[in-house]
Design a protein around this ligand. Structure first.
Ligand code: ATP
Length: 334
């Protein structure tokens, strides 16, 4: 299929670097003399036919900005046949030949569903802070989110040291532990609690284990104590864990939920560069006749991965990271 008109949208949780990816798509398409239309607010823009022509001028001065100039949103209508049909109808009406979606696994599932009603080419660019996409070492936004988490915990550490306090810091990541383990390791957390080393069936055992370790650390006058915990892991989250430690072992902890600050902010160099490489590669992949793939990067080499492989959630947090923390770095009661 000859590509004449490209569309791009950002979908799911926004991630720092999405703007850099939009910019790269627009500039690459312009280089190959292809016009690019941007749809607003994720798949809502397709269903509501809300779009704008993107030119090199429209992507000027955005590489350093967090969020996304195209806006992002969840779009429940995409889970219905009616929604998919209206999205496909808009693409046909606008004579779009190829759609590039910058988003996470949910957004890629949306692309795969849409493909049943629309025969244009589809390409995914992994844009999510969670790093939970298979076939790529990193997703756009992950590095910035990890750096934001580290900066926040470095600050919390100052208070924790000064007041000899215990903090339980909850970080984002949906159902994956990439952010938790990377932030925890890089901020020298005394404990990391994540999907890789905790299951809800072990809640009571883990609670008494943690209480024992914290008491030992207090006995040794270890001034500050930070537990980094993944969201959606402990029943009731960090606040409930703090309550349980108080109730069962009379340990005072402060729960701190980092939340949305991890999604925002100016993208770090690594995300800007990854996003730019992936945006250019997406347009080149379309010109080369590729379809139904995600642009990934492995060992610094760009590649394409079938979209249905990218959403499988088979890839886990690096085992060396988990085992270094568990067997060597985590503070353990002697
Ligand atoms: P993140 O994990 O970073 O938040 P994401 O892309 O995984 O990003 P989701 O909310 O899971 O975010 O999905 C984004 C949108 O993709 C949904 O709101 C919906 O419009 C669409 N989508 C998700 N799953 C499907 C599906 N199975 N069929 C059709 N559309 C889907």
């Amino acid at each position: 299929m000859t590509i004449k008109n490209i569309a791009v949208l950002t979908s799911g949780g926004d991630a720092p670097g999405m703007n850099a990816a939009i910019r790269a798509v627009v500039l690459a398409a312009h280089h190959y003399a292809l016009p690019t239309i941007g749809f607003f607010s994720g798949y809502n823009g397709l269903i509501e036919a809300s779009s704008t022509l993107l030119t090199p001028a429209s992507v000027n001065g955005i590489i350093h900005r967090g969020g996304t100039i195209l806006k992002s949103a969840r779009c429940p209508a995409m889970l219905t046949e009616q929604g998919l049909k209206s999205a496909a109808a808009t693409l046909r009406k606008e004579q779009i030949d190829a759609l590039i979606v910058i988003g996470g696994d949910g957004s890629f599932n949306g692309l795969l569903a849409l493909n049943k009603y629309w025969s244009g080419a589809i390409i995914g660019i992994p844009g999510t802070i969670d790093n939970d996409i298979d076939g790529t070492d990193f997703t756009i936004g992950f590095s910035t989110a990890v750096n934001t988490g580290i900066e926040a915990i470095d600050k919390i550490r100052d208070t924790a040291e000064a007041f000899e306090r215990i903090f339980i810091v909850e970080v984002m990541g949906r159902r994956s532990g990439h952010i938790t383990f990377n932030v925890g390791i890089a901020s020298a957390a005394e404990q990391i609690l994540s999907f890789e080393n905790f299951s809800q069936a072990d809640e009571q055992e883990k609670l008494s284990h943690l209480a024992k370790e914290i008491k030992q650390a207090q006995h040794n006058r270890h001034a500050s104590y930070i537990i980094v915990i993944a969201e959606n892991l402990w029943p009731g989250g960090a606040v409930q864990l703090a309550k349980q430690l108080k109730q069962t072992a009379n340990i005072d902890c402060t729960a701190c939920i980092l939340g949305y600050i991890q999604r925002g902010g100016s993208p770090v160099a690594k995300d800007r560069i990854l996003a730019t490489k992936m945006g250019v590669a997406a347009v080149q992949a379309l010109i080369a006749g590729k379809n139904n793939v995600m642009i990934g990067e492995r060992n610094n080499q760009l590649l394409t991965v079938p979209l249905d492989v990218a959403v499988q959630h088979k890839e886990k947090v690096s085992e060396s990271l988990v085992s270094a923390q568990e067997s060597i770095l985590a503070l353990t009661a002697q």
